[in-house]
Design a protein around this ligand. Structure first.
Ligand SMILES: NC(=O)c1ccc[n+]([C@@H]2O[C@H](COP(=O)([O-])OP(=O)(O)OC[C@H]3O[C@@H](n4cnc5c(N)ncnc54)[C@H](O)[C@@H]3O)[C@@H](O)[C@H]2O)c1
Length: 455
């Protein structure tokens, strides 16, 4: 919405949220999320044509278009629990709009939703007793956290789905007009509603599938002596494959990939497409396996006993350039290490310590009888986090991790000192030179057929 406001000075954009704390933060100097470049844009347009308010009713009344971007998490109870999307927030928002609206509105699905959600929402909206007409459009969001501002400023495409009726076409044209303020027309795709809704799920499924595919190969590399980064490079040169999203890692996280694939799996199952569902479900299974493989490797290499040993986790966000920790592999790895009663030291340049504590509580990671304070310490200095630890595990690919003085870190650690590079970002040869035992995803570690031995 900030980017729309920036590029469309002739449009008034009002952002509303039922959570007053969020709105307070959006109106303050410290925005509620860290996203490179966002502060500048918000500060440039806030109070001019971008407003944040909790007065939802007034905003509904004065708006011609309403983007609904509420959360759509995976259901935790009831039918489809663990896979289906929870549409409660969406339906509540739609009912609120239907109740308060004082004239026709275009309601836009910005949240990621299961295919055919627009059908149900249309019925909810148009069931109002004042005969107000609502047109519903699907306009899924393809931005990636960490690069959101660039993604929004120069999008690969804008996707708009609508009904193939006169009113539907008119609504599509109005939304196209908004984006045309800064997006070349050839990049604005219009489709039917169901194609648009489904494309978002499919895009995320394909992206996550690439990560799981290369991660599956990383396991094979570790055994055979191939280097996964060399394999990625070699296959990425093929223009049919392309070089992106081929970095093997500790696993994908974030609020979207897992949720959206599980949603797709559930949809396929509900339509009786069990083989299709099982195919996509394997992407999530592979991701869970990769996270577990990484933490198992730490346990195994530290002589199968990590009880009481300090292990430093570098990074807690699910990827670099964001403070977002939703579904971060760090939680999975930390939880697994805690089961073995390791002492966890966490350093992340952007994640709020309160968030880390909250996540441990929410995911119930502390084993029975163990207190968070006794087992987990959050540091604001990476050197202090590593001091006296047995291992440093890189969980997030923050660029600053590449710049540290690893000789200094090595000198302060217990010996033998290990580095587990879950992102393949460090200079492994240099670390070995310093004295570290190094394990990196997709590289052989002391295996019988090590390329290191051959060179
Ligand atoms: N985060 C991403 O990178 C990303 C990218 C593409 C799509 N999406 C999709 O966008 C949607 C939102 O994701 P998010 O990460 O921003 O979620 P979020 O949980 O961070 O934010 C959702 C916000 O909606 C508010 N809300 C809930 N019900 C409301 C209502 N009735 N009226 C007003 N506000 C209400 C909540 O208080 C919350 O602040 C999801 O469907 C997600 O899949 C997210």
């Amino acid at each position: 919405m900030a980017v729309i406001a920036k590029h469309c000075p002739d449009i008034k954009v009002t952002v509303v949220d039922i959570n007053p704390e969020q709105i307070k933060k959006w109106n303050s100097d410290k925005l509620p999320i860290f996203e490179p470049g966002l502060d500048d844009v918000v500060k440039a347009v806030r109070g001019k044509n971008l407003f944040f308010t909790t007065d939802i009713d007034a905003a509904i009344k004065e708006s011609a278009m309403i983007f609904v971007s509420v959360n759509t998490p995976t259901k935790t109870t009831g039918v489809g629990a663990g896979r289906a999307a929870n549409l409660r927030m969406w339906e509540l928002a739609a009912r609120h709009i239907a109740k308060v609206a004082n004239g026709p509105k275009i309601v836009i699905e910005k949240s990621t939703l299961p295919v055919r959600t627009a059908h149900s929402m249309r019925r909810v909206l148009n069931a109002n007793d004042r005969k107000i007409e609502f047109e519903i459009l699907s306009n899924p969001e393809f931005l990636a956290e960490g690069t959101a501002m660039g993604d929004l400023t120069k999008p690969d495409r804008i996707l708009i789905g609508g009904m193939n009726t006169d009113a539907g076409k008119k609504a599509i044209a109005q939304l196209v007009w908004v984006y045309k303020h800064w997006v070349p027309e050839e990049r604005i795709l219009t489709t039917n509603l169901w194609s648009s809704e489904l494309s978002k799920l499919v895009a995320n499924a394909f992206l996550a599938q690439r990560i799981s595919s290369i991660n599956s190969i990383s396991a094979l590399c570790e055994i055979t002596g191939a280097y996964v980064q060399e394999v990625s490079r070699a296959i990425g040169f093929d223009h049919r494959i392309g070089p992106y999203f081929l970095n093997a890692s500790v696993g994908f996280g974030g609020s979207c990939f897992q949720k959206d694939i599980l949603n797709l799996v559930y949809l396929c199952e509900s339509f009786g497409l069990d083989t299709v569902a099982a195919y996509w479900n394997q992407v999530v299974i592979m991701n869970d396996w990769q996270k577990k493989r990484f933490s198992m490797k730490i346990i195994e290499k530290l002589f199968n006993t990590i009880s009481g040993k300090k292990i430093a986790l570098y990074g807690f966000a699910f990827k670099k350039n964001t403070g977002d920790t939703r579904e971060t592999p760090a939680l999975f790895v930390a939880g697994h290490l805690l089961e073995e009663r390791a002492k966890i030291a966490i350093y992340d340049p952007k994640v709020d310590p309160e968030q880390v504590k909250h996540d441990f509580e929410e995911y119930k990671l502390m084993p029975a009888g163990c207190k968070f304070e006794d087992y987990v310490t959050i540091y604001n200095d990476p050197y202090a986090a590593a001091k006296e630890s047995h291992a440093v595990a890189v969980i997030t690919e923050w660029d600053e991790f590449k710049t540290y003085d690893y000789s200094k870190i090595y000198a302060s650690m217990s010996k033998p000192a290990f580095v587990f590079d879950g992102r393949n970002i460090l200079d492994h040869a240099a670390l070995k030179q310093i004295g570290f035992d190094v394990f990196a995803i997709g590289k052989p570690f002391g295996s019988k057929i090590s390329m290191d031995d051959l060179s």
